[in-house]
Design a binder for this molecule. Structure first.
Ligand code: GLC
Length: 575
C-alpha cells in the first residue's frame, strides 16, 4: 500500500516536473516573460574615453554591474549614426554606429560580453522617420525621384508655400509639414522638422527597413524596442483631423487635434505583425530563442491592446500615464486590474516605471520609489527599469537654457522650456561621489551632472546598510527566480477603508504578499485573517526607512504598516 502511494506520489511528481519543465521551455523561448528589462541611455551611462558623452565601451565596462543588479536584459536607446538633434532618434544611417558611441567592433564586443554574462541585448529601432541628414532625404531634396518616394510629400492647400496640405500637428507642437522651396512641396514630419517621416506605402522602404533589422539580427541582437510605433502610416487622402477639445490645449499643441488620421492605423499594425513573423522565422531557422519586439505607444488602451492581435508586445505605460503621487490605493488597484484584465489570455505582460521621455519615477512619486519598484517586480510579467531609477535618481529641474539639449524644450523657447524639457531625466548616471559622479573624466559633460550626486550615487548605496539600490536588487532576483512570481496567481484588494493596497501572488504553497500604506502620516494595522495566506509570514523587503520598526515574522491577523510604507512578506519556504 505504502509503495503504491509512493509510486503514485513519484509519478505525480514526475508529471509535475514534466509540466513545469515544458512550461519552462515555453518561458525560455519567449524569454521576456519573467525578465528584468533595463533601459540604458547610452549618452549618459558611462563615458570610457573622457569626451563627456557615454559610449559603447562604457556600457560594456558596466555590464557586470547590470548583471549583479539582477537584471537579465538591456535595451539601448539609439546608438546609430546621427546628427544627434533628437538624442539619436534622428538616424542618418540605420546600420552604422555613431562615432561618439564607438565602432561596430565595439558593439560586437558589447554583445559578446553581454551574452557571456547571460544578458540579452535589445536595440532601439526607429522606423517612423530618418534624420534630414540621411542620404535618402538629401537625395530626395535634390529631386531624385526614387528617394523622394521614400518620404511623404504633398502640395500646399493653396499650392503655395503658406498653407500646408492639411492641419496635422507634430508631436513636437509645431505644424507637421515643412515646405521645401526647390521642390515646391511640403514634407511630413510627425516629430521635429529634422525628422522626415518615411513612406511605408513604398515597398522599397519596407524592404530597406527589414534589411536593417536583419543586419542587427546577424550581429546577434535579441530583439527590438520599436520607437514611435503608432505613427508609421497616415491617411492617404490627407484629411484634416478634428479638434480634440482637450482641456487647456492651444492650437499649436499636438493635443489640440484628435490624431485619427496620423496614429494607430490598421496598416501600421499589419506591418509590425509581419515583422513579428519575420523575427520568428529568423529565430526558428537558426534554432535561437525568440526575438523580442516591443512597441513604444502612448495610444488609448484599445489601440495599445491591438498590438496583441498581431502577436506583438506593447509597452504598458499605465504607471506613467494613469497614476500620480496623489492616486489612492483604489486608483492603483483599478489601474493594475484594468491592464491585467485587458491583456489577452496567455500573452506576455509588462510594467514600465519610467524612460528617457518622462520625469523620473522618484520625482513623480516622492518618497514612494520603493513602492513603485515593488509593484513592477511583484505584478505578473516583465519589469522595465530606466537606468538610474534603481538608485532613485531624481530630475534635475535646474538645467539652464544654455545647457538645454532636448529639441522639444528648444522649440518651447527660453520662457517655457523648463516645464517640458526631457533633459532632467537624461542627466549622467551617478556612479560615485567623485568628479562628474564618476561618469566621466571630461571637464564638462554633455548634460550637467545632477548636483545631488555627492550624496545620491551608486557607491554610497552599495555601502549603505539599506538603500533603494539594495531593495531593487533583492526584488530583481525575486522577480526572476521566485515561482510564485513567475507563474503564480494574482489577486489584489484594498483594506483599511481603501487606504492600503494588498497584492497576493501565490503558486503551490509559496506566497508573496505586498502591502502598501497610502496614508502619508498614519501608520496602520492590517488584518488579513480572512484571506488565503499562511498564518505566519516572513518579512522579505521593506521600503527605505520603515524596516527598523518591523518584526521579522508577522501574524496575518495583525500586520503593522508604518506610514507611507511598502512591505513584502513571504511564506517560509521562500528564501
Ligand atoms: C520616441 C522617443 C523620443 C523621441 C521620439 C522621436 O518617442 O522615445 O525620445 O523624441 O520618439 O523619435
Amino acid at each position: 500500500m505504502q509503495t503504491a502511494i509512493m509510486s503514485l506520489t513519484t509519478s505525480l511528481c514526475a508529471l509535475l516536473l514534466l509540466l513545469s519543465s515544458s512550461s519552462a521551455e515555453i518561458f525560455n523561448k519567449s524569454w521576456w516573460n519573467s525578465t528584468v528589462f533595463y533601459q540604458v541611455y547610452p549618452k549618459s551611462f558611462y563615458d570610457s574615453n573622457g569626451d563627456g558623452v557615454g559610449d559603447l565601451n562604457g556600457i560594456t565596462l558596466k555590464l557586470q554591474y547590470v548583471k549583479n543588479s539582477g537584471i537579465n536584459a538591456i535595451w539601448l536607446s539609439p546608438i546609430f549614426s546621427s546628427p544627434m538633434a533628437d538624442g539619436g532618434y534622428d538616424i542618418s544611417n540605420f546600420t552604422e554606429i555613431a562615432p561618439i558611441f564607438g565602432t561596430l567592433e565595439d558593439f560586437e564586443k558589447l554583445v559578446m560580453r553581454a551574452h557571456k554574462l547571460g544578458l540579452k541585448v535589445v536595440l532601439d529601432f526607429v522606423p517612423n522617420h530618418t534624420s534630414d541628414q540621411h542620404p535618402w532625404f538629401q537625395k530626395a531634396l535634390q529631386g531624385d525621384e526614387k528617394y523622394k518616394e521614400y518620404y511623404i510629400w504633398a502640395d500646399g492647400k493653396n499650392k503655395d508655400d503658406k498653407t500646408p496640405p492639411n492641419n496635422w500637428l507634430s508631436l513636437f507642437n509645431i505644424p507637421a509639414w515643412t515646405y521645401v522651396p526647390s521642390l515646391k512641396q511640403w514634407y511630413l514630419h510627425q516629430f521635429g522638422t529634422i525628422q522626415p517621416d518615411l513612406n511605408y506605402s513604398n515597398p522599397e522602404v519596407v524592404e530597406e527597413m527589414r534589411n536593417a533589422l536583419k543586419f542587427w539580427l546577424d550581429k546577434g541582437v535579441d530583439g527590438f524596442r520599436v520607437d514611435s510605433a503608432p505613427y508609421i502610416f497616415e491617411d492617404k487622402e490627407l484629411r484634416d483631423e478634428p479638434r480634440s477639445y482637450a482641456p487647456d490645449s492651444t492650437p499649436d499643441q499636438y493635443t489640440y487635434l484628435e490624431p485619427i488620421y496620423t496614429a494607430d492605423l490598421k496598416p501600421t499594425y499589419e506591418l509590425f505583425g509581419s515583422w513579428r513573423k519575420y523575427l520568428d522565422g529568423y529565430a526558428d531557422e537558426r534554432n535561437l530563442d525568440q526575438k523580442m519586439l516591443v512597441m513604444e505607444t502612448y495610444s488609448s488602451l484599445e489601440h495599445t491592446l491591438e498590438y496583441y492581435d498581431y502577436d506583438v508586445l506593447p509597452f504598458n505605460f499605465l504607471f506613467i500615464t494613469n497614476v500620480t503621487n496623489s492616486s489612492t490605493a483604489t486608483d492603483f488597484k483599478n489601474t493594475i486590474d484594468l491592464w491585467i484584465n485587458s491583456v489577452p489570455y496567455g500573452k506576455s505582460n509588462n510594467w514600465v516605471l519610467g524612460n528617457h521621455d518622462r520625469p523620473r519615477v522618484a520625482s513623480r512619486f516622492p518618497g514612494r520609489l520603493d513602492q513603485m519598484t515593488m509593484l513592477s517586480m511583484i505584478l505578473p510579467g516583465m519589469a522595465v527599469t530606466y537606468n538610474g531609477d534603481e538608485i532613485g535618481m531624481v530630475d534635475d529641474r535646474n538645467i539652464s537654457w544654455a545647457d538645454t539639449q532636448d529639441p522639444l524644450a528648444r522649440i518651447a523657447g527660453k520662457d517655457h522650456y523648463a516645464a517640458i524639457s526631457r533633459d532632467p531625466e537624461r542627466t549622467p548616471f551617478q556612479w560615485s561621489a567623485e568628479e562628474n559622479a564618476g561618469f566621466s573624466t571630461a571637464n564638462s559633460t554633455w548634460l550637467p551632472v545632477n548636483p545631488n550626486y555627492k550624496t545620491l550615487n551608486l557607491q554610497a548605496e552599495e555601502r549603505s546598510y539599506q538603500s533603494h539600490y539594495k531593495i531593487y536588487k533583492t526584488l530583481a532576483y525575486l522577480h526572476r527566480k521566485e515561482p510564485a512570481l513567475i507563474q503564480g496567481s494574482y489577486a489584489s484588494f484594498t483594506t483599511n477603508n481603501g487606504t492600503v493596497l494588498d497584492v497576493i501572488r501565490s503558486s503551490d504553497a509559496r506566497t508573496v504578499l505586498l502591502l502598501i500604506n497610502f496614508e502619508d502620516d498614519i501608520s496602520q494595522t492590517v488584518d488579513l485573517s480572512d484571506y488565503n495566506l499562511p498564518a505566519i509570514m516572513k518579512l522579505k523587503v521593506a521600503s527605505l526607512g520603515s524596516r527598523s520598526s518591523l518584526k521579522e515574522w508577522v501574524d496575518k491577523k495583525n500586520i503593522y504598516l508604518p506610514e507611507k510604507a511598502a512591505l513584502i512578506y513571504t511564506s517560509f519556504n521562500i528564501q
